[in-house]
Design a binder for this molecule. Sequence first.
Ligand code: C5P
Length: 224
Amino acid sequence: QSTPVITIDGPGGSGKGTIMLRVARYLGWHTLDSGAMYRVLALAAQKHQVALDDEIGLVRVANQLDVQFTAQPDLSDTRAILEGEDVSVALRTEATGSAASKIAALVGVRQALLNRQRAFRCAPGLVADGRDMGTVVFPDAGVKIFLTASVEERAERRYKQLKGKGMNAKLADLIIEIADRDERDRNRATAPLIPAQDAQIIDTTGVSIEKVVAQILQLVSVNT
Ligand code: C5P
């Protein structure tokens, strides 16, 4: 019997990150924020002056990536330490999200991060969030969730998250940027954003985080 995995996929701002951290804390399992991995790679590429369309250069940076992930104490977000530097604030800007979605469309980049992602699967279990956790990275996961929410609500959540970090953001800009990123993630050739055939789809528009967490834990108790 292999180590159990719960996958939580969905578009940006659907609440995946914080829901993943809470489900994992409840179960005492490990976490993988795969979006943070693409975001950190985008930051590392910029730091090492590798262009976002230089696939060979990006694969080199990915293979040498020195990053540690932890959770914020209030489980609101993932923290990332890149080469010893806390990059948690830069991690969440929409510019970083957009750069991440550009490099995430490159097959070589996805391939380079695949084993690194699978290595997070350790006993007693893993909760992994992203776009292709249930379809590509952990197709044998016991519970697969696909979260959705209206683009307005997702932009509003991102807005609050950025404001909470003391950053400037405009709601109208975020709506456009998030819609653009969704479009790119859904229409790319490799690992596009689509629910796995065996995923449970949960629309989180107007639903509290606590309710979604409870719904997922209910599915976990029935399916594991
Ligand atoms: O979820 P988050 O907004 O942090 O993801 C940033 C970007 O990374 C996404 O827009 C997507 O292009 C990419 N990504 C991906 N596959 C994943 C997780 C994220 O392609 N599993």
